[in-house]
Design a protein. Structure first.
Length: 81
């Protein structure tokens, strides 16, 4: 997802080291924030599942959160808003 940092007008902050199910990155774009869990799209779908901590975090979080498995999917997400 390093490609995201090359896009003008996007703020990208890596949060993957926080742990406890917290999403991997936060993107700021056009005044909105996007919390995104990144999964490796080259792996089998069964290997892209959320961990137990991620599932709990996603279920309890009251705001926006999304899981993406490609650069293109992230771009779709932020361009839809």
């Amino acid at each position: 997802m390093d490609k995201l940092r090359l896009i003008p007008h996007l703020s990208v902050f890596s949060t993957h080291t926080i742990g406890k199910g917290f999403p991997d990155i936060i993107i700021g774009y056009k005044g909105k924030n996007y919390m995104i869990e990144i999964k490796d799209g080259s792996k089998w779908k069964s290997q892209q599942k959320l961990t137990a901590d991620e599932l709990v975090f996603h279920m309890k979080w009251k705001g926006q959160i999304c899981t993406c498995n490609s650069f293109e999917q992230v771009m779709e997400l932020i361009n839809e808003s």
